[in-house]
Design a protein around this ligand. Structure first.
Ligand code: NDP
Ligand code: MG
Length: 380
C-alpha cells in the first residue's frame, strides 16, 4: 500500500490523483488531504477518502465545511497544509498551484519524504534550495508535469542519466492560430479554451502566454541538472509527443501518448511498474505530427522567464510572482494579454538582487506582487 499525502486535492491534478487512487484502491491510500478554499468539494472528498488529516488553508471557507468523518482531524488556516505531511505517509503529491506550494514541499523534503511534484512554481522560484535539500536528505523528487515525466521515462527513470539535449514540446496554447495583433486584444475567457488539455485557470493562461514553457524549461534545468543551453522547447500542436531526449550518438527518444495527466500522475507513484489507466489508447494511423519554433516576438513571456533564470538568485522567483499576480489581474479583465509580459518586465527591472534563502524568497514573492499591484493602481 502506497500512503499518499495529497496537497491540492480540489484542483485539476488533485482530482485526477483521486481518480487514480480510486482506480487502484488496493495499491494506494490517501492518508492526508489539503486544499485552499473549495469547501464543498473538499467536504465530499474527505467523506469519500476518509483521510486521517484534512487541511483547508482558507479559514473563512473552512466555515462552509459540512460533515467531517469520524477519524479525520481537521486543520485550518494559512499554515494548515504543513499538518498534511504526516509521519506515516510514503509520498507527498504536490498538486497545489503557484508559489504557495513551495513551503510545504520544502517541509516534506526536510522531513525526509519523497515528493511527486506537479507544482512547477516550487522549482522555478526555489530550485536551488529545493534541489540542495533533496540531495542532503536523499529523497526522491519525482516529476509529474507531463514533459518532465516524458523525459524521466526516456531516461529510464534515472534523473542522473547522461544526455545531450532535452527537447520539451509545447502545444502552443489557446492563441496559437491568432496573429500578434489579434492576440493583443483577446480576453482571458478566450485564453481559457485550451485546445488539448483541461487544467486549472492559472496554468491555462500560462499556456496561452507560453510562460508555462519557460517555467518548464527552468524546471527541467533544476530536475535534470542541466544548463539552459541543453534544454530546448519546440511547438508541437498535436500534444502527442510529450517530450524528447537527444543523446550523444544522435539518437532521440520520445514518449508518446494520449494527452492525459493520469499517466504521469500514476507513474510517479508506481514507477518502474506500470499499472492500467482508463486513458484512451493512441491511434496514430492517419495522424500527422508537426513541429515549429516558438515565436518569441508574439510570446515575450517565454523569453522573460528564461532571462530571469539567467539573471540568477531571486530573479526567477520574482518573475514567477509577477506572473501569478498579473495572471490574476488578466483573469479579472483588469489588464490586457501583453500587460502580463509588461508587468513581468517591470518587476525584473526593479527588484533587488538578494541571496536565495527560504525567507528571502518569501520576501521576494511578496514584494514582486506588490510591485505589480502598485503599477496597475490596484490595491488587491
Ligand atoms: P488548479 O487551479 O486546478 O488547483 C489548484 C489547487 O491548489 C487547488 O486544490 C487549490 O485549492 C489549491 N490552492 C490554490 N491556492 C492555494 C493556496 N494559496 N494555498 C494552498 N492551496 C492552494 O491547478 P492545477 O491542478 O491545474 O495545477 C496544480 C499544479 O500542477 C500547478 O503548479 C500546475 O502548474 C501544475 N500542473 C498542472 C497540470 C494540469 O494538467 N492541470 C499539468 C502539469 C502541471 P482550492 O481549489 O480549494 O482553492
Ligand atoms: Mg507541462
Amino acid at each position: 500500500m502506497i500512503k499518499i499525502a495529497l496537497l491540492g486535492s480540489t484542483g485539476s491534478i488533485g482530482r485526477q490523483v483521486l481518480n487514480t487512487v480510486a482506480r487502484h484502491s488496493d495499491k494506494f491510500e490517501i492518508v492526508s488531504m489539503a486544499a485552499h478554499s473549495s469547501a464543498e468539494l473538499f467536504s465530499k472528498q474527505i467523506n469519500e477518502f476518509k483521510p486521517k488529516i484534512a487541511c483547508l488553508t482558507d479559514s473563512l471557507s473552512a466555515t462552509r465545511l459540512t460533515e467531517i468523518p469520524t477519524g479525520t482531524t481537521l486543520y485550518t488556516g494559512e499554515k494548515a497544509m504543513l499538518h498534511a505531511i504526516t509521519e506515516d505517509c510514503d509520498i507527498v503529491m504536490a498538486a497545489v498551484s503557484g508559489f504557495a506550494g513551495m513551503e510545504p514541499v520544502l517541509e516534506a523534503i526536510n522531513l525526509g519524504k519523497d515528493v511527486a511534484l506537479a507544482n512547477k512554481e516550487t522549482l522555478v522560484a526555489g530550485g536551488n534550495i529545493v534541489m540542495k535539500a533533496v540531495r542532503e536528505k536523499g529523497v526522491r523528487l519525482i516529476p509529474v508535469d507531463s514533459e518532465h515525466s516524458a523525459i524521466f521515462q526516456c531516461l529510464n527513470f534515472d534523473l542522473n542519466a547522461k544526455f545531450k539535449k532535452l527537447i520539451l514540446t509545447a502545444s502552443g496554447g489557446a492563441f496559437r492560430n491568432f496573429t500578434k495583433q489579434e492576440v493583443a486584444s483577446l480576453k482571458a475567457q478566450e485564453a481559457l479554451k485550451h485546445p488539448n488539455w483541461l487544467m486549472g485557470k492559472k496554468i491555462t493562461i500560462d499556456c496561452a502566454t507560453l510562460l508555462n514553457k519557460g517555467l518548464e524549461v527552468i524546471e527541467a534545468c533544476h530536475l535534470y541538472n542541466a544548463p539552459l543551453s541543453k534544454v530546448e522547447a519546440i511547438v508541437h500542436p498535436e500534444s502527442i509527443i510529450h517530450s524528447m531526449v537527444e543523446f550523444d550518438d544522435g539518437a532521440v527518444m520520445a514518449q508518446l501518448g494520449f494527452p492525459s495527466m493520469e499517466i504521469p500522475i500514476q507513474l510517479a507513484l508506481t514507477y518502474p511498474e506500470r499499472l492500467k489507466t482508463d486513458v484512451p489508447l493512441l491511434e496514430l494511423a492517419g495522424k500527422s505530427l508537426t513541429f515549429g519554433r516558438i515565436d518569441e516576438d508574439k510570446y515575450p513571456c517565454f523569453g522573460l522567464a528564461l532571462k530571469s533564470f539567467e539573471m540568477g538568485d531571486n530573479y526567477a522567483c520574482a518573475m514567477n510572482a509577477a506572473n501569478e499576480a498579473a495572471v490574476g489581474l488578466y483573469l479579472e479583465d483588469k489588464i490586457s494579454f501583453y500587460g502580463i509580459s509588461d508587468l513581468i518586465e517591470h518587476v525584473l527591472g526593479k527588484i533587488e538582487r538578494v541571496e536565495v534563502t527560504k525567507e528571502s524568497l518569501l520576501y521576494t514573492d511578496r514584494l514582486a506582487r506588490e510591485m505589480v499591484y502598485q503599477k496597475v493602481g490596484n490595491k488587491n
